[in-house]
Design a protein around this ligand. Structure first.
Ligand code: SF4
Length: 323
C-alpha cells in the first residue's frame, strides 16, 4: 500500500476502499438520493415462452424485491408516492430515483413504456431526479433508446443489464436465454445514447471457477460500463437452482471465501467503475443457501473491514488502466 498510485486511490475513495455508489450519486446529482423501487407489472420473456420457460435458474422474481414492494395493486404513481413517503420518514430523504426492478422493465411496446416512465417522473416533479431501469440485454432496441433519450434525456437515466456469466455454456446451463455477445452489444448501444450502464454479476455459478470471475473485471474494464452490482450466488426458494441444490448440493461461497475473492476482484476492477453493491442478500424467508447468519449491515461491514485489513483498494493492481 505504499505506492503513490495506491495512496491516490485511497484518497479518492476515502473513507471507503472502493468507488462507492452513494458518494458518486451525491457528486453527480448534487444531493443525497434514494431509490424508490417500483413494480410496474412487467413480465419476462424468459418466463412467458417468448425466449424461454421457467426463467433463469437462479431467479425467483420475488426475491429481488423488498417485501413491502411485492405484488402490489398500487399504480406506478401511488408506488412512487408511497416509497417517497417511507424514505422521507425513515431517512429524511428529499431526492429520489425511481427504480424499475422486478422482471424485465423494457418488455412492452415503446408507447406503453413511455407512459409508464412518465407516470413515475411526473408523480413528484422536482423530487424524482431520474430512472433506473432493470432489463435484459435482448429487450432493448434503438426505438426504445431513442424514446428514452427524447423524453428523459435531460434526467438521470441508468439501465441495468445482467452479465451473470461470460461463458455461453454456463448461460445455457442456467437457462439465461441470452448470450454474452448480446450483453456486450446492449451495453455498447446503450452507452452510445449517453445512458449510464450498470452490469449485474453473479459469482459462484456451477461450472465456473475464480479465473472466470476475475475475467469479469477485465471485461467490465474494457466496456463502457459506469456501474457494477456484485453478487455471490445464492439459492432462493422457488428457483430452478433450488431444486438442483436440493437434489445435488453444490459448493457456495462462505463469507470468508467471498471476502477474500472480493479483494482480488476489486483490486483488478478499474477505479472508474462505481460499485453499487458488494453482495446480494435475499430475505431470510426466500434464502436457502448460503446463509451467513448475519444481517445486511453486518455483512457489508465485514466485507469492508476485510478490504481495510488486507490493504486492498479498488484498481490497485498495477495492470489496471484508468479510463
Ligand atoms: S433473472 Fe430477470 S431475465 Fe431472468 S427470469 Fe428473472 S426476471 Fe427474467
Amino acid at each position: 500500500m505504499s505506492s503513490p498510485w495506491n495512496e491516490e486511490l485511497l484518497e479518492r475513495f476515502y473513507p471507503k476502499r472502493y468507488n462507492a455508489y452513494g458518494p458518486y450519486l451525491k457528486r453527480r446529482l448534487g444531493a443525497k438520493v434514494f431509490k424508490v423501487v417500483v413494480d410496474a407489472g412487467f413480465t419476462c420473456p424468459n418466463r412467458d415462452g417468448t425466449k424461454g420457460w421457467g426463467g433463469c435458474a437462479y431467479c425467483n422474481v420475488d426475491s429481488f424485491t423488498p417485501r413491502e414492494n411485492r405484488k402490489t395493486s398500487l399504480s406506478v404513481r401511488e408506488q412512487v408516492l408511497a416509497g417517497i413517503e417511507r424514505a422521507r420518514q425513515n431517512y429524511g430523504a428529499e431526492k429520489f430515483i425511481v427504480y424499475f426492478q422486478p422482471n424485465t422493465n423494457t418488455y412492452a411496446p415503446v408507447e406503453q413504456l413511455e407512459g409508464i416512465y412518465s407516470e413515475a417522473i411526473e408523480a413528484a416533479p422536482g423530487a424524482v431526479l431520474g430512472l433506473t431501469i432493470g432489463t435484459r440485454p435482448d429487450c432493448i432496441d434503438r426505438e426504445k433508446l431513442e424514446m428514452l433519450k427524447r423524453r428523459f434525456g435531460d434526467l438521470y437515466v441508468s439501465i441495468e443489464y445482467g452479465l451473470e456469466s461470460m461463458r455461453d455454456d454456463v448461460l445455457e446451463a442456467i437457462n439465461r436465454g441470452a448470450t454474452h455477445a448480446e450483453f456486450v452489444d446492449a451495453v455498447r448501444r446503450t452507452a452510445e445514447f449517453g445512458f449510464e450502464v450498470c452490469a449485474h454479476t453473479i459469482f459462484g455459478l456451477p461450472g465456473e471457477d475464480e479465473g472466470d470471475w476475475l475475467r469479469v473485471a477485465d471485461e467490465l474494464n474494457r466496456l463502457p460500463v459506469r456501474f457494477v452490482k456484485l453478487h455471490h450466488l445464492h439459492v432462493v426458494r422457488g428457483s430452478i437452482l433450488a431444486k438442483r441444490y436440493r437434489d445435488e448440493p453444490f459448493e457456495l461461497f462462505s463469507l470468508e471465501a467471498y471476502a477474500s475473492f472480493l479483494e482480488r476482484f476489486l483490486a483488478r476492477l478499474s477505479p472508474d467503475i462505481v460499485v453499487q453493491r458488494l453482495f446480494g442478500l435475499a430475505d431470510q424467508e426466500d434464502l436457502i443457501a448460503p446463509n451467513w447468519g448475519l444481517k445486511k449491515t453486518l455483512i457489508q461491514r465485514e466485507l469492508e473491514r476485510s478490504l481495510v485489513a488486507n490493504g486492498v483498494v479498488q484498481g490497485m493492481s498495477s495492470d489496471v488502466a484508468v479510463r
